[in-house]
Design a protein around this ligand. Structure first.
Ligand code: BG6
Ligand code: MG
Length: 234
């Protein structure tokens, strides 16, 4: 292996949280649906794909726009609506236990740690640290990027770049794992190899380098293989 190839070795895995580590993408959907219903808007799963990875306030703006009533609320009222949604969501989070972790994730985290691959989190959620705690996996993450400290949210690459920088790893040596269209764009623009977890068509169209239908398929061997084959192509 020459020097150039060596530089492309996998050194860090940067995870999204909601919909990758646990089923909170669904819980966000339930909470937004409840809030939207209370102001006369119906949101469906297809529309929800556009909300995944998007910050709380930006999600609210998109919902209000879709319902055609964005102009009827003041900024203060919008903040109150977002707080109400978060209240519904946090209420759902009280049920969270380590059992809620997606298949294979804990084993995969253990495997990464054992093999000295660094682990980071790049989630848009302000609730992320408490969810990692509830799942009892905080100890695995050397870095949890702070969504409030990056200039732009997903689909901009900022949060994945921030996690890589804090881990002191070149983005080209990182794999990013996402379930959202916005998040996959973020990984791509950060110059990382991307894994899309979810429906094949949606993930492929969103440009994932590798699509897995389940997190149970995540193993270091598989990642290393794909990473080395594709590292030069993206
Ligand atoms: C992302 C979710 O991870 O976090 C979005 O995909 C959510 O659906 C966003 O809106 C912000 O989350 P929170 O917990 O800060 O409202
Ligand atoms: Mg997600």
């Amino acid at each position: 292996m020459d020097k150039g190839e060596q530089k492309l070795n996998l050194k860090a895995v940067i995870f999204d949280l909601d919909g990758v580590i646990t089923d909170t993408a669904e819980w966000h959907f339930l909470a937004w649906s409840e809030l939207a219903k209370s102001i006369g808007i119906h949101i469906n799963k297809e529309f929800n794909e556009e909300l995944k990875g998007i910050s709380r306030m930006e999600s609210l703006e998109r919902i209000l726009d879709m319902g055609g009533i964005a102009h009827t609320f003041t900024e203060k009222e919008k903040v109150e609506l977002a707080q109400r949604k978060n209240k519904y969501y946090v209420q759902l989070l009280t049920q969270m236990t380590p059992e809620n972790i997606f298949p294979g994730i804990r084993k995969f985290l253990e495997e990464l740690k054992k093999n000295h691959i660094k682990i980071g989190l790049a989630s848009a959620s302000k609730n992320a640290p408490s969810i990692l705690d509830a799942l009892q996996i905080t100890e695995f993450f050397q870095v949890v990027a702070d969504p409030e400290k990056v200039a732009k949210g997903k689909p901009a690459p900022d949060i994945f770049l921030s996690a890589a920088e804090k881990l002191s790893v070149n983005p080209r040596n990182c794999v990013g794992i996402e379930d959202s269209i916005a998040g996959l764009q973020s990984i791509r623009d950060a110059g990382m190899f991307s894994i899309g977890v979810g429906t094949l068509d949606i993930m492929k169209e969103a440009g994932a380098n590798l699509v897995l239908e389940s997190t149970a398929e995540l193993t270091l061997e598989r990642l290393n293989g794909m990473f080395n084959i594709h590292a030069r192509d993206y």
